[in-house]
Structure formats: C-alpha cells, structure tokens
Design a protein around this ligand. Structure first.
Ligand SMILES: *Cc1c(COP(=O)(O)O)cnc(C)c1O
Length: 428
C-alpha cells in the first residue's frame, strides 16, 4: 500500500494546523507514523487520497452508524441546504428531532440542542449545579466527557483523589470541585458522598466507558450510583454521547433499566453533523434560559442542516429490526475475533456490547483505567498497521472503541476476521 499523497498533505498540514490535525488523536501519535488523509466515504468504506480503501471501524468516532453518505440522510441534508443554511430563529426540525429523542429515551422529557458533546456535558453540569445549588461533581478516571476545563481531570489510579488538571492552561481553581473515583468503584463514590454529603451536585458517568478502550460497567455499579445520588440529593448524569442510539434506541439506560436525571447526547444524533444535546426531567430542564435562570446559548445550535441529518439518521434507526441486525453483525465479528485470538494464542481479549467493541492487548480483565493502561500499546501499534495494510481502518489508539455500522455486510465481517487473525499472527 502506498501513502505518498497522504504523507505530502500531512507535511503541509503540520505547518498550518498544530500537529496537522484539528483533534489530537487523528494524528496517529498512539500508533506512530503519519495519518491517512481521507478523500471520501461511501457505505462501509473510506477512500484515501492515494487510492486505497478501507473497511471503516472508526465511523468518525461513532456517528456514522448507517455507513457513509447514507442515501436518505444525503437526500434530507441536500433538501435542507436548498432552503438555506442557518437562520438563528426557530425551525420545525428542532422540535421534530427533539420529539424523536424524547420518544426513544424515556428519561428525557425536554431537550436542548448544542453543537458538540463537549458543550452537552459542560452545560448539563452547569444545569446540575444550578438546580442543586451545589458545586462539586464526581467523575471517573478514564472517562472522557469532552474538553471543558473542569472535566480535564483524569486522576491517577487508587481509590479516590482530588482533581488535578490534566492539561496546562486549566487552573487548579477550575478543577478543585471535580472529585474523581475509579470506574466501577462504587465504594469510592460512597466515601466521597460521606465526606461531602451536601456539596455534590452531580455524578457524571459514561454508562459504558468507551474512551479508555471499552470498559463495561460491572453489574450493580450504575445502579449503586443511582441509589447514592438519590440518597444524597445529587443528580445522576449519563454521558451517552457515545452509547446513545448505538447500543439501543434508548441507549445504555434502556438496556439497564436505569433512569438518570440528565442525559448527554452527541455523535449519532447528528448523523455526522456537529450536534450535541442534553436533556432530562422537565422540572430540571425548566431551569434553562429563557424559562429559567441557567444561561446557555448558541448561534448555530439546532442548525437546520444538522437537524435534517439527525432526523434522517434516527428515522432509519427507528425502523424495526435495526438493532437486531447490528447485534447479529457484532456477534458474528465478536465470535470470529474471539476464535482468532484463541487460535493464535495472542495475549489479547475482546470486549463487546451492541455495535461497539475493543481488542485489548492485555491478558487481565479490564475494569478501570488503571487496568486499561496495563495494555501493551506497542503490540497494539503493530496490530493497527498490519490491519491498515490489509484495508481495515481501526481507531489509531489502544484506548478507543471500534464501531460497527449497518453498512457492514457478512462477507466484509468475514474479511475483517481473516485480517485480524493474520494481524495477530504477524504482530506477535
Ligand atoms: C466524544 C465524546 C464526548 C465529546 O464529544 P465532542 O463532540 O467530541 O465534543 C463526550 N463524551 C463522550 C462519552 C464522548 O464519547
């Protein structure tokens, strides 16, 4: 495979954009080497500027669950374009997309659209603080909720730590109200509530931790968070930016039967356009301006093109049998990869739920960030490049999830399993 045009474009881009990219993980630093520049996507495939094509398991980091340039989404966006791009005034499409989300996710009674997942979590936390009149929040190490200052706290391993910023430029004053605990460690959360019984506004959690590879919640963990937040009068915020409309129409909360107070969305609800949203109980959402005093705004929020893409995408996903289809594909791929790991004796494991999975180069079960970090990233890098050479595009980091789209046909999944087996053999 040759990448000469990608290399040349990357050289030029590095003079113009920090690291040649507009989001760090795209730069392939996690696997070494230069990123591939994409020319177009169609269905299950990405096509690069050197004429190579790949089965896409990144899907723009989650949104493209139908595959690229899906006909009904393309049609909806094209039609919306012809009516103008943005008005800064209400449109019917905003209510239409809100109605769909509210129908699909029972815990959500009202919704506010924003432009990214980052904005959704940032605003949901402002709302939780406004509603409760409290300042502290709890997040879990290894959970990513976008790049807002107060959330750029990772905390080391261990039971529970006060938040120290992860990035220069984030003042310690900004994160001093961010408490952290290890994922799946509800005892640590209970301890924090005992220490600060009347100061914690909210617990924010990814109901599947999908930004440290993929870590599933242990049975009872999220239920315990629901119980503790209720007991201490704090809000429970599910960050379903990744899992919303991916693991079920109603997200992970539907699969678990847990009702959070607020939910954050992004990725799939925009069908590839920049959209985020936060929503929840009516009584809480009515704190948001202009009904209530919690200020939050956006020039392009609820943008007509973005709403059109979201509506068309969710309407496709609402058709009967779509999640069963995704589950079948996921299962077929999961079984194939499990067998390939067994046959090759590779020191790896697959974590899988619904239309998402992760192959960890780690022989111990992973239940938190400390465990995820014990993975062999050098081995992952060799596996990644081998897969790319075989025409399979994976996230360029051990600490990301892979996504399955409806556009993946059985023979593509079989091709992927064969590639995994060869890559495991060669990267050993
Ligand atoms: C991607 C992601 C975000 C941030 O969304 P952006 O649109 O990139 O700002 C927040 N939370 C989770 C769980 C995510 O996966």
């Amino acid at each position: 495979m040759k990448f000469s045009r990608s290399h040349q474009l990357f050289q030029e881009a590095q003079n113009l954009l920090p690291g040649g990219v507009n989001s760090p993980v795209r730069a392939f630093r996690g696997v070494g080497g230069d990123p591939v520049f994409i020319e177009r996507g169609h269905g299950a495939y990405l096509y690069d500027v050197d004429g190579n094509h790949y089965l896409d398991y990144v899907q723009s980091w989650g949104p493209m669950i139908l595959g690229h340039a899906y006909p009904s989404v393309l049609e909806a966006v094209t039609q919306a374009c012809q009516r103008g791009f943005s008005f800064g005034a209400p449109t019917e499409a905003e209510s239409e997309l809100a109605r769909i989300v509210i129908q699909c996710v029972p815990s959500v009674e009202m919704l506010r659209f924003v432009n990214s997942g980052t904005e959704a979590t940032m605003s949901a936390l402002r709302l939780a603080r406004a509603y409760s009149g409290r300042s502290k929040i709890i997040k879990f190490s290894g959970c990513y909720h976008g790049h807002a200052d107060m959330l750029l706290v990772q905390a080391g391993s261990g039971v529970a730590t006060m938040g120290l910023p992860d990035s220069p430029g984030v003042p310690a004053e900004t994160t001093k109200n961010t408490l952290t605990a290890a994922y799946n460690d509800s005892a640590a959360v209970e301890e924090l509530f005992r220490t600060y019984p009347t100061e914690i506004a909210a617990v924010i959690v990814e109901p599947i931790a999908a930004n440290m590879g993929m870590v599933l919640p242990k049975p009872g963990f999220l239920e315990k968070l629901r119980e503790l937040t209720q007991k201490y009068g704090a809000l429970l915020i599910f960050d379903e930016v990744m899992t919303g409309f991916r693991v079920a129409l109603g997200g992970m909360q539907e699969r678990l039967g847990i009702t959070p107070d607020l939910t954050c969305f992004g990725k799939i609800i925009g069908g590839g356009m920049p959209v985020g949203a936060y929503g929840g109980r009516r009584e809480i959402m009515q704190m948001v301006a202009p009904v209530g005093p919690m200020y939050q705004a956006g020039t392009l929020s609820g943008n007509p093109l973005a709403m059109a893409a979201g509506i068309a995408t969710l309407n496709e996903l609402r058709k009967p049998g779509q999640y069963e289809k995704l589950e079948q594909k996921s299962q077929m791929l999961g079984e194939g990869i499990t067998k390939a790991i067994k046959d090759t004796g590779a020191p790896a494991q697959i974590v899988r739920l619904g239309a998402m999975f992760c192959v960890y180069f780690n022989s111990q079960p992973v239940s938190d960030y400390a465990g995820a970090k014990r993975s062999d990233t050098a081995h992952f890098a060799r596996y990644f490049w081998n897969m790319l050479e075989q025409g399979i595009y994976l996230p360029p980091s051990q600490f990301e999830s892979c996504f399955i789209s409806l556009a993946l046909e059985d023979e593509m999944l079989e091709e992927t399993v064969k590639a995994v087996k060869a890559a495991l053999q060669k990267s050993a």
